[in-house]
Design a protein around this ligand. Structure first.
Ligand SMILES: Cc1ncc(COP(=O)(O)O)c(C=O)c1O
Length: 395
């Protein structure tokens, strides 16, 4: 038997579908993959060159546990430049991806039995990360009509004596929605007044297509003192495989996270850290070009989905996901042998009938929806959406 803490972490509902999609691809079927959680574009050349240089220069040993000073400085500079929030280098820690940053943050802040508020739809790793440290995810529903954003009233109502933190993803995976300054400030005010920590996952910061990004920690000094800003280079610089994320926050929490990290991974990949310095401190032109590519795709995907009878699709502000409501099709789905959630059955149907891989919304705590990623070329997107349209019409 394995440790009890793992009993609370379920098998991913998406696993079966992605395994099936992989098997179909291996069998030569041209599956259009709308399930990807990473940019399809390559890492920009100057960043790759910095990684190669690090190897050539034998920068290949353990580094300082919280990250090399050069990268911590680049992060501090980035937070000041892009977000208008001032940190010192000892208020920053580099980890092996933003997911690792989130885990270390939970280890540092959450005691067994502590509750962490997680708005739904949520990124599927949030409840698992909270469970792993013995915490209790307190899932709070949001409304589609309100762009799936947490309301101050819902936050207030969810806070109890055991509440320790609020985990907020802005812009959001899976909904693509982003918070306005007013809404974010109202939530932050409540969190501060009630003594909560805010774990602000801002990994999709750069992928915002209509409005300017609002960084939670930049809302004021009182908020900054209760916020851990989690970000990284995976999405903004097409560097998912390099595994570099970071956290900025109050010195004592960063020191606690450093303790966790030094005893679990010693340090982060030296080569990837050098590449991340180039990403954050170098020319930012590639980011702007990528955002334009994604904006065009978003507009195309949303327009096509909105034109499909029965599909209800709000226009997301950011990230690279759309999260349409597909309940209109649930009653028309072929009967399933076992009791499978309709969002899973619809995803399965689309894989079989349209050769299109999507993620069922139930995986994100929102069973009325499916998630489509547009981290795929326009032609491919068009082909897949055409097939989805036809398959849904046949239902
Ligand atoms: C909301 C959110 N946070 C964090 C991550 C993890 O990013 P990283 O690859 O830097 O660990 C992802 C990746 O899918 C994500 O969607």
């Amino acid at each position: 038997m394995v440790a009890k803490r793992l009993a609370l972490i379920g098998e991913s509902e998406t696993l079966a579908i992605s395994a099936k999609a992989k098997a179909m691809k291996a069998a030569g079927i041209a599956v259009v993959d709308f399930s990807l959680g990473e940019p399809d574009l390559p890492t920009p050349d100057p960043i790759k060159a910095a990684g190669k240089r690090a190897i050539e220069e034998n920068f290949t040993r353990y580094t300082q546990a919280p990250g090399i000073p050069e990268l911590k400085q680049a992060i501090v500079d980035k937070l000041a430049r892009d977000n208008g929030v001032v940190y010192q280098t000892d208020e920053v820690i580099v980890s092996a991806g933003a997911k690792h940053s989130l885990f270390n943050a939970c280890m540092a802040l959450v005691d067994p039995g502590d509750e962490v508020i997680v708005p739904a739809p949520y990124w599927l790793s949030y409840p698992a990360l909270v469970h792993l440290v013995g915490g209790v995810p307190r899932i709070v529903q949001t409304a589609e009509a309100d762009d799936f954003l947490l309301t101050p009233a819902a936050l207030e109502a969810a806070i109890g004596p055991a509440t320790r933190a609020l985990l907020l993803n802005n812009p959001s995976n899976p909904t693509g929605m982003a918070y306005s300054r007013e809404r974010l400030a109202a939530l932050a005010e409540i969190a501060v007044a009630r003594g909560l920590w805010i774990i602000a996952d801002e990994i999709y910061e750069k992928m915002l297509y209509d409005a300017a990004f609002v960084c939670t920690a930049a809302l004021g000094e009182a908020v900054r003192q209760r916020t851990l800003t989690v970000n990284g280079v995976s999405k903004s610089y097409c560097m998912t495989g390099w595994r570099i994320g970071y956290t900025a926050g109050p010195r004592d929490v960063i020191a606690a996270m450093t303790k966790v990290q030094s005893q679990t991974t010693s340090s982060i990949c030296s080569i990837a850290q050098k590449a991340a310095v180039e990403a954050l401190a170098g020319d930012q032109g590639a980011v702007a070009r990528m955002v334009e590519v994604f904006r065009e795709r978003r507009d195309r995907v949303v327009a096509r989905l909105q034109a499909m009878p029965g599909v209800r699709c709000r226009k997301p502000a950011g990230a690279f996901y759309v999260f349409p409501n597909v309940t209109a099709f649930y009653e028309r789905l072929p009967a399933a042998a076992e009791k499978t959630h309709p969002s899973v059955r619809l995803a399965d149907y689309l894989l079989e009938e349209a050769h299109a891989a999507v993620v069922p919304g139930i995986a994100f705590g929102a069973g009325d929806h499916i998630r489509l990623s547009y981290a795929t070329g326009l032609e491919e997107l068009d082909r897949g959406l055409h097939r989805i349209d036809k398959a849904l019409a046949r239902l």
